[in-house]
Design a protein around this ligand. Structure first.
Ligand SMILES: Nc1ncnc2c1ncn2[C@@H]1O[C@H](COP(=O)(O)OP(=O)(O)OP(=O)(O)O)[C@@H](O)[C@H]1O
Ligand code: SF4
Ligand SMILES: [Mg+2]
Length: 353
C-alpha cells in the first residue's frame, strides 16, 4: 500500500538541526461545558516529534488530535503534564512562546478560515517574517524571502500570486500558502492539522509529496494530524493512534499498520479502502463524549474483541482497570491494551514489540 511515487528522490541538503525534539508527557487538557461537566479532551497524552521525521497522529473525529496539536505550540494550556522543546520545559511567557513558534509552526485545519481574507498572499506569507524580524538578519529582501517560501511550497512562479486574495485561490493553493507562511520562518518542526482533508485526490498527493520533500531536503520534522490511516501509511515514518484523549498505540508506521495490536487500530485499518483483504470491522456507536470517559479501558464499550468474547480472559480488567499512559518514547512499537498484555505474558512470541 505505501505509494513509493510520493517519496521524492535526490540528495539531501540538511538545513535543520536534526536533534530538535518536541515532546509531550502526560498532557491533560480540560474544557468546561454548558452542562457543568468537564470535557477531558486530552487525558494523559504522550507524544514525541523529532526533526527529520514525519509522524502521523491518527484517530476518529473528537479523539483530541487538534487539542494536542494546539497544546504543542502553546495555543491551549494543559491543566497537567509537560511539553519540552529541545529538552527544556515550554516557556509560556509571550516571549518564550514567540521563540518556540519561530521553530515550531502550526498549519491550521481549515485553510480558508486560517488565512485573513483581507490579506494578500504576499502579506500572509510575510507576516511571520515580520513578527520574527527575520529579514534584516537574512541578508535578503522581504520579497525574496516571500518568493522563496512560496516556491518551497510549490507555488511557482511565486510573483504571480503575490497580490491574490484567499478567495481567488483554489483549495490546494490556499493550503500551500499556509504551508509557505509556516516555511518562511524556517522552522524545524511543522505541525499540519488535516492538511489535505478538504482537497481533491490529485492535489492531496501533491501536498503530501511536498511534506516528504521538505523532510528530505530541509530535514524538517512534520507532525501530520489526520483521521485517514491510508494517508498516514503513505507518508509517515511513525504513527500514533489516539482514542479519547490518549495515544493507545504507537510505533514505526510499517509495524503498526502491518501488525496492528490494539483492537481500535485494527478496526480503523480494516475500513481503509486499500485494505480490501481485511474483513471490515465496524465499530459500535460513536466515540464517547469526553465528559464521560468510560471506566477501565476507555475503548471497552466499543471494543470488538470484548464484544466477541476474544477478550474474555481479561474482561474484568477491560471494564474496571484503567491502563497506564503509553510512553511517548519514539522508539519501539507499543500498545495500551489488557488483552495484548495478557497475550504477551502467556506467550511472548505471539505479540511483536
Ligand atoms: N474549546 C473547546 N471547548 C469545549 N470542548 C472542546 C473544545 N475544543 C475541543 N473540545 C472537545 O474536545 C474533544 C477533542 O476535540 P479535538 O478538536 O481535539 O478533536 P479532533 O481529534 O481534532 O477531531 P476532528 O477530527 O473532528 O478535528 C472533542 O470532544 C471536542 O468537542
Ligand atoms: S483493554 Fe480490553 S476493551 Fe480495551 S482494547 Fe484491549 S481488549 Fe479491548
Ligand atoms: Mg481536529
Amino acid at each position: 500500500m505505501p505509494d513509493a511515487s510520493l517519496r521524492p528522490s535526490g540528495a539531501e541538503t540538511t538545513t535543520t538541526d536534526r536533534t530538535a525534539e518536541l515532546s509531550a508527557t502526560g498532557l491533560r487538557v480540560e474544557f468546561p461545558t454548558r452542562s457543568g461537566r468537564v470535557a477531558r479532551a486530552l487525558d494523559g497524552a504522550d507524544l514525541t516529534v523529532r526533526a527529520g521525521e514525519v509522524v502521523a497522529l491518527v484517530g476518529e473525529s473528537g479523539s483530541g488530535k487538534t487539542t494536542l496539536a494546539r497544546s504543542l505550540v502553546g495555543l491551549t494550556r494543559p491543566v497537567a503534564g509537560e511539553i519540552r522543546w529541545e529538552g527544556r520545559p515550554m516557556d509560556r511567557s509571550t516571549r518564550g512562546l514567540k521563540a518556540l513558534r519561530r521553530h515550531v509552526q502550526l498549519v491550521l485545519q481549515d485553510p480558508l478560515g486560517a488565512l485573513n481574507p483581507r490579506h494578500t498572499v504576499y502579506e500572509s506569507v510575510a507576516e511571520g517574517l515580520r513578527i520574527h524580524k527575520l529579514v534584516a538578519r537574512s541578508g535578503r529582501t522581504e520579497t525574496e524571502l516571500v518568493a522563496a517560501a512560496l516556491s518551497s511550497a510549490g507555488l511557482r512562479p511565486p510573483e504571480s500570486l503575490f497580490l491574490r486574495y484567499p478567495h481567488e485561490l483554489s483549495g490546494g493553493q490556499r493550503q500551500r500558502v499556509l504551508i509557505a507562511g509556516a516555511l518562511a520562518v524556517q522552522p524545524q518542526l511543522l505541525i499540519a492539522d488535516e492538511p489535505v482533508s478538504s482537497l481533491d485526490a490529485s492535489i492531496r498527493g501533491e501536498i503530501l509529496a511536498l511534506l516528504l520533500k521538505l523532510r528530505d531536503e530541509l530535514g524538517l520534522g512534520v507532525l501530520v494530524v489526520t483521521h485517514d490511516l491510508g494517508l498516514a501509511w503513505n507518508i509517515a515514518d511513525r504513527i500514533a493512534v489516539m482514542y479519547l484523549g490518549r495515544v493507545v498505540e504507537a510505533g514505526p508506521t510499517e509495524e503498526v499498520l502491518t501488525d496492528p495490536q490494539h483492537p481500535y487500530t485494527q478496526a480503523l485499518l480494516s475500513v481503509v479502502p486499500e485494505m480490501d483483504r481485511l474483513e471490515p470491522i465496524v465499530l459500535r456507536g460513536e466515540i464517547p463524549d469526553p465528559t464521560r470517559i468510560p471506566s477501565g479501558c476507555r475503548f471497552h464499550p466499543r471494543c470488538p474483541a470484548l464484544a466477541s468474547g476474544e477478550a474474555d480472559p481479561v474482561a474484568d480488567a477491560c471494564r474496571g482497570t484503567s491502563l497506564p499512559v503509553l510512553s511517548g518514547d519514539p522508539n519501539g512499537h507499543r500498545c495500551a491494551c489488557h488483552l495484548v498484555d495478557w497475550r504477551l505474558s502467556t506467550d511472548p512470541e505471539e505479540v511483536s514489540s
